[in-house]
Design a protein around this ligand. Structure first.
Ligand code: SF4
Ligand code: FES
Length: 397
């Protein structure tokens, strides 16, 4: 008979839960959910050995256990500290933790460039979210920041080391998902960097998952770089019968164009599990299946993470009543905000309000009347865009 695991009671931010012995404080806090769960920049529950590098998950242990209720003298990394029976932990209820976390963010940002406006990760960057939640408005750092040349590691991945926070997640992906690791953390201290020896290409069926686990924009998808801002794309869940991986993905579309393919993520920003197994996806699905007909579309992705990528994509979203036309005596808002007379940022012949579906790259490249014809593209006031769907994607429900 399998040995029954002992359950430990742990109280985090005044909420008590029960978890199996051997559970970390971080995973116990995730069980409670919401803001009680500390942020984690290096821990990744699907990668063995990850955690303990970034210190963003620090918590205060106010009572060690029922047997020894003394507080722990220093803040501890919740991803590396196991719960004890009767432990009392403070996360957002601790001034000390919030102060330390602000310090950690400041530390992480010492060398990180503030290039969010041009970074592909903007909108789904854990450091950006952490900065908004715990960062300070100014910097005290006066020295020159570290900078590196961008490096193509293989045909599909670009490393921009300047943005790396040395979380080690990508090295764990290479160790645990691919059959050969050719990159790693080189040097120490100020000189530490992720690199491959002699820029050896990372070429392996599952290497693309490094892009998904990278919490910042240090590892980016070369097939998607600078194609679009992520919040302008429409994420849809899709699947295919893949002989190599689970084949369950998110397509980040613009109209009918598949701009990017990623694994599906859970509310903690980690790859989703299916039947207890992480849903890593293979490079073939990620980089080579960029046509909508390659996939069976399941429907609009429900973005579980609190992030700008969920912008305008919340199910059941109720838009406030549009008042502008009423207060402007019937003048449409687009006339108020029409900037074509002062800027041709978009070609003047493109009138987004006039086309019956979402704009596509074609719209801005000499065909101002082109629009996306995916059935999941619903234009407010016009409804589902059914026209042409059958001819463009037979797999769309
Ligand atoms: S490249 Fe990304 S995943 Fe790899 S160590 Fe740096 S921040 Fe972490
Ligand atoms: S998430 Fe715990 S130290 Fe990084």
């Amino acid at each position: 008979m399998p040995e029954e695991k002992k359950l430990f009671k742990v109280t985090i931010d005044n909420i008590t839960t029960e978890v199996e012995s051997g559970t970390t404080v971080l995973m116990a806090a995730r069980k409670i959910g919401g803001d009680v769960a500390p942020p984690a920049m290096c821990f990744y529950s699907k990668l063995k050995g990850s955690g303990g590098k970034c210190r963003t998950c620090l918590v205060e242990v106010a009572a060690g256990s029922t047997a020894d209720p003394r507080p722990m003298p220093k803040l501890v990394a919740s991803c590396r500290t196991n719960v004890m029976d009767g432990m009392v932990v403070k996360n957002i209820t601790s001034e000390k933790v919030l102060d330390a976390r602000a310090g950690v963010v400041e530390f992480l940002l010492i060398n990180h460039p503030l290039d969010c406006p041009i970074c592909d990760q903007a909108g789904e960057c854990d450091l950006q979210d952490l900065g908004y939640d715990h960062g300070k408005a100014g910097t005290r750092y006066e020295f020159k920041r570290r900078t590196f040349e961008r490096e193509d590691i293989g045909p599909y991945i670009q490393l921009h080391m300047t943005r790396c926070i040395l979380c080690y997640r990508c090295t764990y992906v290479a160790d645990q998902l691919t059959d050969q690791r050719v990159h790693g953390i080189l040097d120490r201290g100020e000189h530490t960097e992720i690199s491959t020896y002699i820029s050896k290409a990372i070429d392996n069926d599952f290497s693309g998952n490094m892009i998904d686990v990278c919490p910042v924009g240090a590892l980016t998808d070369r097939t998607f770089r600078f194609k679009n801002r992520v919040w302008f794309t429409k994420p849809v869940n899709a699947h295919r019968d893949c002989p190599t991986c689970c084949g369950k993905v998110i397509l980040w579309n613009r109209g009918d164009e598949v701009l990017r393919v990623t694994a599906r993520k859970d509310e903690w920003g980690e790859v989703q599990s299916y039947d207890g197994k992480p849903g890593w996806i293979c490079n073939d699905c990620r980089f080579h299946k960029k046509h909508i007909d390659d996939w069976v579309i399941e429907g609009l992705t429900n973005i579980k993470r609190r992030s700008v990528i969920g912008q305008g994509k919340y199910p059941g979203l109720v838009r406030p009543h549009e008042m502008l036309a009423e207060v402007m005596g019937g003048r449409k808002p687009k006339l108020v905000f029409d900037i074509h007379s002062i800027s041709d940022v978009n070609p003047p012949e493109v009138d987004l309000a006039e086309i019956p579906g979402p704009a596509t790259s074609e719209t801005f490249n000499n065909n101002p009347h082109a629009y996306g014809k995916n059935i999941t593209d619903i234009k407010i006031g016009i409804g589902p865009n059914t026209e042409g769907t059958d001819s463009t994607n037979l797999n769309t429900p």
